[in-house]
Design a protein around this ligand. Structure first.
Ligand SMILES: Nc1nc2c(ncn2[C@@H]2O[C@H](COP(=O)(O)OP(=O)(O)OP(=O)(O)O)[C@@H](O)[C@H]2O)c(=O)[nH]1
Length: 373
């Protein structure tokens, strides 16, 4: 994977991660808003029903207290109205309780009390009718206060129960939200860590791939690098019909240099030689160390004349390297074999063979020269 591809992958992963985090945050936000609304609505309606119904015992007590006042018609209307509304509200509260998520065991007692009240209402109605017929309202009062007491107690118990349940549910919601948030955060951390590991792995793979194509001593490409580049450049040359040139370079009498000045001095010369090659060639040229003291320069879009020109420039530059530059009290020289293919008719192997043969001739012709194959 190239550096550019690696960078692109890094951006893609970063973008993907940001999107994922955004989607998670949005989902949690929506979930919390939705859940809060749901919990609130669930109990708000029930609380409103109970609070409205709580007026009934108050109104009933007031009506009973006023029975001594001399206006039977007014008492009748008030009580009739209450006797009509109380069962309706009991029905509403019962339905609300059944629809709620409250545990039925928790509201059975107040609900039974409300049902008892409902059963007693016809009897209360009968007493009201008796009062209108002139019967003293003692029984009506006794029964009315009993009903008022039961109603007040039942609604007060329900009110307390609902408030407690709503509080508990809110607490559970908050804990659930926190747990989900922590889970999502942990998941994001794991995903982030995996992405980083993937990036590092890719980076290491790229580094290994680079190293596997690099000569350790000179930091130039090695034979594998050249063969891969040659494949690409040869295809390119076939496509665009441009010439592809190859120069093989071999340092002269390198064994003697090693034997005279030592292997480390020979290494330094190889490094200096590689630097000179880098300096003399173009960015598009591919330089490689084929092994030992043999090097290669692959020149895309370069005709034979250009290749020969470059080869000679390199040869002269190497011969001109000073003793200080080389670190040994002698100069060095290089022999070169150059070949050019037109991309159409030749393949890379034949190009290489021609350059190799030309190099052989350069050595045979006394070294420190360039031959064209
Ligand atoms: N210092 C050093 N020497 C190397 C390296 N690789 C190969 N050599 C030496 O390079 C020398 C190559 O010797 P030959 O193949 O005889 O070539 P030459 O002495 O240059 O002779 P001609 O090519 O005919 O001019 C051998 O002594 C190798 O040990 C290296 O990495 N470092």
């Amino acid at each position: 994977m190239s550096e550019r591809q690696h960078l692109a992958l890094r951006w893609q992963l970063a973008l993907g991660f940001t999107l994922l985090a955004g989607v998670c945050a949005l989902a949690i936000g929506l979930y919390v808003a939705n859940a809060r609304q749901h919990v609130g609505a669930n109990y708000t309606a029930l609380v409103a029903d109970v609070v409205r119904a709580q007026q009934h015992p108050v109104l009933l007590r007031d009506a009973l207290d006023r029975l001594h006042e001399p206006s039977p018609q007014a008492h009748q209307e008030r009580l009739d109205n209450l006797l009509w509304r109380i069962p309706q509200h009991i029905e509403g509260v019962t339905h609300g309780l059944e629809r709620s998520q409250l545990d039925p065991a928790d509201y059975t007692a107040p609900l039974d009390r409300l049902r008892g009240v409902k059963e007693q209402l016809p009897e209360l109605q009968r007493r009201v009718d008796e009062m209108l017929a002139g019967v003293p309202p003692d029984e009506l009062r006794r029964l009315g206060y009993l009903i008022e007491n039961d109603l007040a107690r039942a609604y007060s118990e329900l009110n307390e129960l609902i408030h407690t349940a709503a509080g508990e549910q809110r607490l559970i919601m908050e804990r659930l939200t926190l747990a989900i948030g922590v889970l999502v955060l942990l998941s994001l951390l794991v995903v982030g860590a995996l992405m980083l590991a993937l990036l590092r792995l890719n980076h290491q793979r790229a580094a290994v791939a680079r190293l596997s194509q690099m000569d350790e001593l000179t930091r130039l490409g090695n034979r594998r690098h050249l063969l891969e580049a040659a494949e690409v450049l040869h295809q390119q040359s076939r496509r665009n019909g441009q010439p592809l040139s190859l120069a093989l370079l071999d340092l002269d009498h390198f064994k003697r240099l090693n034997d005279t000045y030592g292997h480390p001095a020979g290494d330094r010369v190889l490094v200096r030689f590689a630097e000179a090659l880098r300096e003399e060639t173009r960015q598009a040229d591919v330089i490689a160390r084929m092994g030992g003291e043999e090097f290669c320069v692959l020149m895309p879009d370069t005709p034979a004349s250009g290749a020969l020109e470059l080869a000679e420039r390199i040869r002269k530059r190497i011969a001109a390297l000073s003793h200080q530059e080389l670190g040994i009290p002698t100069s060095i020289s290089v022999s070169l074999g150059v070949a050019t293919g037109d991309g159409e008719s030749s393949n890379f192997d034949s190009l290489y063979s021609r350059a190799d043969h030309a190099l052989y001739l350069a050595k045979a012709n006394g070294r420190n020269c360039t031959q064209v194959g």
